[in-house]
Design a protein around this ligand. Structure first.
Ligand code: B12
Ligand code: SF4
Ligand code: SF4
Length: 1011
């Protein structure tokens, strides 16, 4: 517990009072005499196959694989001042939990004579590709692309980089030899610190590259520079008997560095600390914790607590056998992942605005801080799922000690709180992101909480340009820590999956509840923790490792939230209910309007996403001594909430503390220049607003109106949502019906449509370039299980979905008799809308992709006298399938294939090898032009003409045919267009203010629905 607040300490100064240390006058005054040469850290011990280091090493190699990458071609609009820049990048490091950050200019002696690289990077990039067998297109594809782009960038020399930013991560206490739960975490300090520092540096390098500057991360496993020399130059450490040492933590830290072309102000190296300096830095101020967050009592994590018990006094919180909110587990319906409103935005159910904001994760990428973290989260997703070893480690047969092992390991790695529960069927989505049914595979869940960060939250409005980054930081950290444990459990023979923001099969809030980590809060989807308040993200591991489960907790929040509605008052979208708890899908909850919140978060034009409810909640506390009475009253006498919230408002909690604002409000995005945002949400508290439930119109979407599991646009029906909200029962009424046995239709159930799914995943068995210029790709698609694909008729097409915004139709060109695979041809249309470009760039052999069932709008007319095929360019594909069919039916046809050049034409060799190749005539404009009129000839009864290709070509063919007397019904053509966006019709409306009776007309009719 700290005595004093850090309110007045800017973030770039960090948690230790480094400013109190004596420094040299000039960087050049430093002497490196006595420093031993840097040695590469070996992460993977071959001698112990059961060590968790192997899992840590997998993540280290993954991070090392992306320590460089592509640079935004445009420099961001950031301040020129080197000092401001240094503050910004250091604060970036502190935001990511670095304990020390320093900056320096690079000099000759930094460069290692022989740079070292992680020995397993290449092996891993290949393994990742193999492991990524699930159609979570965005995360996996983007991660693979990132690795692809990082490889060439990483091979370039960076000796022209001029500046370095150094990050250090301290060691927590060393685990005691017999400490319960510590078996996996002995002798890991250097590896843990190196890995965590590497994560910070890789993120910071991503950040600088998004700002348009070259940047490369250097870790203890892959580096071009001597990290210790950089740490000395940046004033983080000094030489102490062949080693480097920091005045506060000694040698107990790990390092990582970013080198860059961005000019930043340098820190000065540390000087020898005289007595006066020592008193200044480690005297009374240090003991009392006056100057900084870290002090003599709290500077070493876990000094006074066992690792398995967390850093918080969790044992003081009351536990219960059941959660404080009612649930009826037998009736809770399972819903598909597709019901998650991010999916609904992504697939277009909420219209164009939210959908466009989803493209390539724009909504989180638009601020470079958020963008720099998303990439890592996507990268980690490659290791989330996988096979486990056949042989189980039979030492892990005691559920009590297993629970201790898991908790101690996660706390040692850096988790804020961990809880264990069963993973009942109802927490699993009914269908996964690919629309396939999910059979719950594991019985236990380990839920990890990561603080979204009080300090940064203090400087933010909760919905400004850093909001998405706050979420992403916590997601990234959770994914790493849980990922390590998941990999380790699989290595020890226990099936396990890491569920993260990038990919997951479980609904997490109920697991937070069941694991004794929180109580349901008014915010709605947020289960609040007594120590972190609502300010958290969670990550979940599901596993078959038997563990003792935790009990639900009670810290009085139900009464507190009943008497407070600050979050509802402050929510900018009006999504949070000011009313009472209700029964939704068989459990008791304050039902928030997820649709409103989603729309706001996706289309917030003055920030990136939102988390203002967490920011403004009175439980969003710093964790200092003077808050103890408040916390005591809130927990023991929650009915004092109205008074406590008034005090909270009066103190100004939930307002913005400008001292803590370290980031730039930049609006950018992948490949786009990051510019100063034209709008920024800088909100104060709206204490004068008295929000009442009757002033709100809220909607919700219980199981019976949830979407089908499939990736097809299913427009939201808000009116049905409002009706559903108004029909929700009170917990009392629900329980009375239970008692009286009136359970029919008590809980809406989810019913997935019967019959085969309209869209489903297939594997790209082979992708190859089949035109001389490489612009036409041939893709052979097979089912995920090896079974035959749905049958199709000649002329049919499928939708191919690289991302829901990029659904494109492609004709099947293979033989309809052969349904062991489908073949399509894809022209890379440079001037198109991006659909084909994504297939060319992102789809690889061995990767899954979503497709629709075949549909045929271009059928063959049976028993023709004469059939003519006229193909223009890539339009050859449906006609190929037709030719297969006619050949099998022993019917004649003539096939003209026209293209501008031979080099630009696809399938030429394949056509030439067909058993019906005699019927084909190739016409390349630069060799022998096709005379359409000539080949058509005069029409005779029973003639049929099929054409496919560019519109101008098809027009010309039809015109010529009509001139020669071909009737309309004998002319057949196929053309595809990009599907239209959802159309919404908005109507003018009048608003009548309830109290004053004033009327007002809707000011403007937007194309987008608003709420
Ligand atoms: C999609 C999503 C959203 C969407 C839409 C939610 C929705 N209903 O579709 C929106 C944009 C609204 C959103 C907003 C926020 N989210 Co959100 N969100 C998710 C996500 C990714 C998926 C949830 C989902 O599938 N919903 C679809 C269906 C299941 O929704 P539903 O039927 O309405 O059920 C919801 C609740 O009723 C509850 N629930 C479901 N079953 C049961 C059973 C019981 C017994 C109980 C008590 C609750 C419960 O969980 C569902 C959460 O959406 C989860 C991660 C995850 N896998 O759980 C995070 C998650 C729920 N969000 C989280 C957070 C923190 C937020 C925000 C504060 C944003 C932020 N900046 O961090 C806001 C809070 C909004 C609010 N008023 O509560 C955290 C909550 C952590 C916690 N403490 O419990 C999660 C778990 C993410 C994470 N990994 O940490 N989110
Ligand atoms: S702001 Fe008040 S009502 Fe909302 S979650 Fe926090 S304590 Fe509960
Ligand atoms: S409910 Fe959604 S919109 Fe409202 S404050 Fe929370 S995150 Fe923001």
């Amino acid at each position: 517990m700290k005595l004093f607040s850090y309110r007045k300490r800017p973030v770039h100064m960090g948690p230790y009072p480094m400013e109190t240390l004596a420094r040299l006058q000039h960087a050049s005054d430093v002497s490196l005499v006595g420093l031993a040469p840097q040695v590469q850290l070996d992460m993977a011990p071959d001698d112990d196959p059961t060590s968790i280091l192997h899992a840590m090493d997998d993540y280290a190699s993954l991070l090392d694989a992306v320590r460089d990458g592509s640079v935004n071609p445009e420099l961001a609009e950031i301040p020129d001042c080197p000092d401001e820049r240094a503050h910004n990048v250091k604060a970036f490091g502190y935001f990511l939990d670095a304990n020390f950050a320093g900056t320096c200019e690079i000099s000759e002696e930094f460069w290692l004579p022989e740079p070292f690289n992680h020995p397993r990077i290449v092996e891993w990039s290949r393994k990742c590709e193999m492991a990524a067998k699930r159609p979570t297109p965005l995360a996996v594809e983007m991660a693979l692309n990132r690795i692809g782009m990082a490889q060439p960038a990483g091979q370039k020399s960076v000796s022209h980089h001029s500046h370095a930013i150094v990050f250090a991560i301290e060691y927590p206490r060393d685990p005691e030899m017999n400490e319960p739960g510590s078996d996996w975490i002995h002798n890991l300090q250097p590896h843990r610190a190196a890995l965590r520092a590497a994560e910070v540096a890789v993120a910071a390098a991503n950040y600088l590259r998004l700002l348009g500057y070259e940047a490369r991360a250097h870790s203890e496993t892959s580096s071009d520079i001597d990290l210790r020399i950089a740490a000395i130059a940046a004033g983080i450490a000094a030489i102490d008997d062949q080693h480097i040492s920091n005045p506060f933590v000694g040698e107990r830290f790990g390092l990582a560095v970013v080198t860059t072309t961005m000019e930043i102000k340098s820190d000065l190296p540390l000087a020898e600390q005289g007595l006066a300096d020592r008193i200044r830095s480690k005297g009374p101020a240090w003991w009392l914790g006056l100057a900084s967050h870290k002090n003599a009592f709290n500077y070493q994590p876990f000094r006074k607590r066992q690792f398995k018990d967390s850093q918080f006094p969790v044992e003081r919180i009351k536990t219960r056998s059941e959660p404080t909110t009612f649930m009826d587990p037998a009736r809770i319906p399972r819903v598909p992942k597709r019901a998650d409103f991010f999916q609904r935005s992504y697939i277009g159910d909420l219209g164009k605005g939210p959908r466009d904001a989803s493209i390539d994760g724009y909504v989180v990428m638009k601020n470079p801080v958020g963008g720099s973290l998303v990439g890592i989260l996507q990268l980690y997703s490659l290791l989330q799922r996988g096979d486990h070893n056949d042989q189980r480690d039979d030492r892990l047969d005691n559920p009590d000690t297993n629970a201790d092992l898991i908790k101690a390991t996660l706390y040692f790695l850096g988790a804020d709180l961990v809880g264990i529960s069963e993973a009942p069927d109802w927490v699993w989505y009914s269908h996964g992101v690919d629309g396939q049914p999910v059979t719950p595979p594991h019985s236990y869940a380990i839920t990890t909480l990561i603080d979204q960060g009080h300090e940064t939250m203090e400087g933010a409005s909760g919905d400004d340009w850093l909001s998405a980054a706050q979420s992403m930081r916590a997601y990234m950290r959770g994914s790493l820590l849980n990922g390590i444990v998941t990999l380790h459990l699989r290595r020890l023979g226990f099936p396990s999956t890491n569920h993260t923001a990038a990919d997951g099969d479980v609904i997490q809030p109920p697991l937070v509840l069941l694991a004794g980590l929180g109580e349901v809060s008014r915010i709605g989807d947020v289960v609040m923790n007594p120590f972190l308040g609502p300010r958290l993200k969670c990550g979940v591991i599901t596993t078959e490792l038997p563990m003792t489960v935790d009990k639900p907790i009670d810290f009085g929040l139900q009464t507190f939230c009943d008497n407070c509605n600050k979050c509802a008052r402050e929510c900018p979208s009006g999504a949070i209910s000011a009313g009472k708890k209700v029964m939704f899908n068989g459990y008791e909850i304050w039902r928030s309007d997820a649709e409103k919140c989603t729309r706001y978060r996706m289309t917030n034009s003055a920030g990136s996403m939102c988390g203002r409810c967490m920011k403004t909640c009175p439980w969003n506390l710093e964790g200092i001594f003077k808050e103890a009475p408040y916390r005591f009253l809130a927990t023991r006498f929650p009915a004092t909430a109205p008074l406590l919230t008034r005090i909270d408002d009066w103190i100004g909690n939930g307002g913005i503390n400008p001292v803590k604002k370290w980031w730039w409000d930049l609006d950018g995005g992948t490949g786009r220049r990051a510019i100063v945002a034209s709008e920024v949400n800088r909100r104060g508290l709206t204490t004068d607003l008295k929000l009442k439930p009757e002033d709100q119109t809220l909607a919700c979407y219980p199981a019976d109106i949830a979407p089908t599991p499939y990736m097809e646009t299913q427009p939201i029906d808000r009116e049905a949502g409002i009706k559903a909200f108004n029909a929700l029962r009170s917990p009392q009424e629900y329980q009375e019906r239970l008692v009286s046995g009136k359970t029919e239709n008590l809980v809406p159930q989810y019913t997935a449509p019967e019959g085969p799914p309209p869209v489903f995943p297939v594997l790209v068995k082979q992708k190859q370039a089949i035109s001389g210029d490489g612009e036409v790709a041939r893709l052979e698609l097979v089912s995920m299980t090896g079974s035959p694909l749905p049958s199709f008729e000649a002329g049919a097409h499928i939708d191919v979905m690289t991302a829901p915004q990029f659904v494109r139709q492609y004709s099947l060109c293979s033989d309809p008799d052969n349904i062991s695979s489908y073949v399509i041809g894809v022209l890379n249309e440079q001037s198109g809308t991006g659909g084909s470009r994504r297939i060319h760039q992102n789809l690889r052999s061995g990767r899954p992709v979503m497709i629709s069932r075949p549909r045929n709008h271009f059928p063959l007319v049976p028993d023709a006298r004469r059939t003519l095929f006229l193909a223009g360019g890539i339009g050859v594909t449906p006609l190929m399938a037709m030719a297969h069919q006619l050949h099998k039916d022993k019917q004649d046809f003539v096939f003209y294939y026209k293209a501008r050049t031979r080099a630009g034409a696809g399938f030429v060799d394949e056509l030439a090898a067909m058993p019906w190749s005699d019927s084909i005539h190739f016409h390349f404009s630069d060799e022998n032009r096709l005379d359409v009129a000539d080949v058509l000839g005069d029409f005779q009864d029973g003639d049929q003409l099929y054409t496919c290709g560019p519109s101008a070509f098809m027009e010309a063919v039809f015109e010529s045919a009509q001139e020669q007397g071909w009737p309309e019904e004998c002319l057949h053509r196929e053309y595809f267009t990009v599907p239209d966006d959802l159309e919404y019709e908005n109507h003018a409306f009048q608003v009548k203010l309830a109290h004053s009776g004033k009327k007002s007309k809707s000011p403007q009719i937007n194309r987008q629905p608003t709420c």
